[in-house]
Write a protein that binds this ligand. Structure first.
Ligand SMILES: Cc1cc2nc3c(=O)[nH]c(=O)nc-3n(C[C@H](O)[C@H](O)[C@H](O)COP(=O)(O)OP(=O)(O)OC[C@H]3O[C@@H](n4cnc5c(N)ncnc54)[C@H](O)[C@@H]3O)c2cc1C
Ligand code: SF4
Length: 580
């Protein structure tokens, strides 16, 4: 069946997911005292940002035993839905080192590498245009791509290191625990509820059923990463996105390869190939290839990935297949050939930048890291902002708790005054012009970069990703047939993530199932894990019934940008990333 004769255009936002956020995800009031767990500070999400917050809080509390005691038996708790911290974290990742050095001042960069989360300082770099599938043209490194002195890391490995540090300092880390509701009492966040475990496909309790628990906290930190489930509920509950631009997203697919020859430089390509240059397709994408030297094993590794903005219009855009196609370029073949793929993963990141950031505090709680939209997507940099925001949140919460306050608004001002606030402000208008296409938008993007944000003036708008009319185009005709050695299909890729979702787990993906073909094709191609299927006997035009193989989901979050909703699965489900 050829989908290229799709019957026009359809807007995913016209088929919203069946979700009632205030009813389902906000709990009004706490359970009785004897039925809940009480902690000092509850941190939702044990990724880079949440664990930076936990570690900084414990550093401050170590010097303040009186406050530590006032916070009770569990001064700091972190709830993480993955099997272990790091299990759901993925990034490029080349990191600006400053905030991590500030967080752990006694740890040298040599020690980062010995700990196994860092893989070398960037000494050489190159940026290429790839006009076609064969040609590359080296260009002077644009300012956002200057990485000299930065460190190549794995956020998954960094999270495991940060987890260990936090536990040694006294944090209570609840892994395999999803926070499913934010608890609001008297207009303030008073904690979160953890999810039930052991429910069947239709929500029925199984033999091993364990109900969730209210976790009461003096302060709550939303550190859920890109499009947090509870963060979204809190943003709506407290109108935190009022007057801001809508959030938009990008989706990245990454592989790690063990290679026979060390790569001597960090590489970025800025297209236009392998995406289509015509504005009609709405595609904007870029790639990275980062060298990684594993000092513990001596292995030469390479991190390679493809990121595409989710504002595209061709329903057959597949970031996973675009990465496979990119690997066929001679520039890449030269690096990977003779090597072996050792990891794969996918994750969305917030792309709206400064104007799309929500208000970062509300009574009783704050938002840190990607959950607060703190990523500079022109430079593909968020890790250092996540660490900085986690640290600043910890300091504001510490001050607030010491003074007996439940407002942590000083955190917002601290962000605004910090390098994070200043850097994000400087790149506030650099990505939006690409909504006009690569050719038309490119000069404006360059202007924004060259003028350090002063031009174009004012606030450039974002259009919601799910309001883009989708058509069934022909990007898919370019994708290579996977050979299982050098290029791979989606399912064998999910397999190597160590995905451990039970076959009879309840469905955590909310989408309408009877939708126009254009919307169904969008989901089918976009999902890197092959979750959405269109039955073979579905009509060529008109609505189709989508099959949702939710147990394949790697929780990348992209579906939320294109008309569906990722909600929290049962704790412990999903991938178990090691080195992404
Ligand atoms: C493809 C890609 C490439 C990137 N490349 C770079 C780069 O090269 N350099 C750079 O600086 N930045 C890069 N970034 C951005 C950077 O990775 C992020 O900014 C950063 O890792 C986000 O950290 P975080 O802690 O905010 O969120 P996350 O890493 O997403 O962590 C959030 C954690 O919260 C958990 N969680 C979420 N909801 C719940 C819940 N309800 N209950 C319990 N647990 C929950 C998740 O399982 C996860 O572990 C990239 C991002 C992507 C996606
Ligand atoms: S189903 Fe899961 S893996 Fe697929 S797009 Fe949605 S969140 Fe990502």
């Amino acid at each position: 069946m050829s989908a290229s004769n799709g019957n026009g255009k359809a807007v995913p936002a016209a088929y919203p997911p069946p979700v009632d956020s205030p009813k389902e995800f906000v709990k009004r009031g706490l359970d009785a005292e004897d039925e809940l767990i009480e902690v000092g500070v509850a941190i939702v999400g044990g990724g880079t940002a949440g664990l930076a917050c936990a570690n900084r809080l414990l550093q401050l509390l170590a010097d303040d035993p009186a406050l530590m005691e006032r916070l009770g038996e569990v001064p700091v708790a972190v709830l993480e839905k993955a099997k272990t911290c790091g299990g759901h974290n993925l990034s490029g990742a080349v990191m600006r080192p400053g905030p991590l050095q500030e967080l752990f001042p006694d740890l040298s960069r040599e020690e980062w590498r010995k700990e196994g989360f860092a893989f070398g300082e960037v000494e050489k770099e190159a940026v290429y245009l790839t006009p076609t599938s064969k040609i590359k043209v080296r260009i002077p490194t644009p300012p956002p791509f200057k990485n000299h002195g930065n460190e190549v890391i794995s956020v998954s490995a960094l999270a495991r290191y940060q987890q260990r540090m936090a536990e040694e300092a006294g944090a209570y880390i609840l892994t395999e625990t999803s926070a499913t509701q934010v608890i609001v009492e008297d207009g303030r966040v008073v904690g979160v509820r953890s999810g039930d475990k052991g429910r069947g496909k239709d929500g029925e309790p199984l033999g091993n059923f364990e109900p969730g628990t209210d976790i009461k906290a003096k302060a709550t930190v939303f550190a859920e990463g890109c499009w947090g489930h509870l963060t979204g509920a809190a943003i709506r509950e407290f109108d935190l996105a009022d007057g801001r631009e809508p959030q938009v997203w990008e989706l990245g697919v990454k592989e790690v390869w063990k290679v026979p020859r060390p790569l001597d430089r960090l590489i970025h390509t800025v297209g236009p190939w392998p995406v289509k240059i015509s504005a009609r397709y709405g595609q904007v994408g870029g790639t990275w290839i980062y060298p990684m030297k594993d000092e513990r094993t001596g292995d030469d590794l390479v991190s390679i990935g493809f990121v595409v903005g989710l504002e595209y219009a061709d329903a057959t855009t597949s970031p996973h297949d675009l990465l496979q196609l990119f690997k066929l370029h001679p520039l890449v073949r030269k690096i990977l050939e003779g090597g072996e793929r050792v990891a794969w993963g996918a994750k969305a990141l917030p792309g709206g930048g400064y104007w799309s950031m929500p208000k970062l505090s509300m009574p009783g709680a704050v938002i840190v890291g990607d959950a607060g939209g703190m990523v500079d997507t022109a430079a593909l940099k968020g890790v250092h902002h996540c660490i900085a925001s986690g640290k600043l949140a910890a300091e504001a919460i510490y001050r607030g708790l010491k003074n007996g306050e439940s407002s942590f608004e000083s955190y917002e001002y601290a962000i605004e005054d910090s390098d994070t606030g200043k850097e994000l402000y400087q790149v506030r208008n650099t990505r939006q012009p690409f909504q006009k296409g690569f050719l038309k938008g490119g000069p404006l993007v360059n202007l924004a970069i060259a003028s350090r944000g002063k031009l174009p003036p004012g606030r450039l708008k974002w259009h919601r990703n799910d309001e883009m009319p989708m058509f069934v185009g022909n990007t898919k005709d370019r994708y290579p047939r996977p050979d299982g050695r050098y290029t791979f299909d989606k399912l064998s890729s999910v397999f190597i993530t160590g995905n451990a979702t039970r076959d009879d787990a309840p469905n955590h993906i909310r989408v309408q199932k009877h939708v126009p073909r254009e919307v169904a094709e969008t989901w089918k191609w976009m999902c890197p894990a092959g979750v959405y299927e269109i039955p073979e006997d579905a009509p060529e035009t008109g609505p189709v019934d989508v099959i949702v193989n939710y147990t394949n989901c790697v929780q990348c979050g992209a579906i939320t940008a294109k008309g569906g909703r990722l909600t929290t699965p049962e704790g412990g489900d999903g991938p178990l990333y090691q080195i992404t």
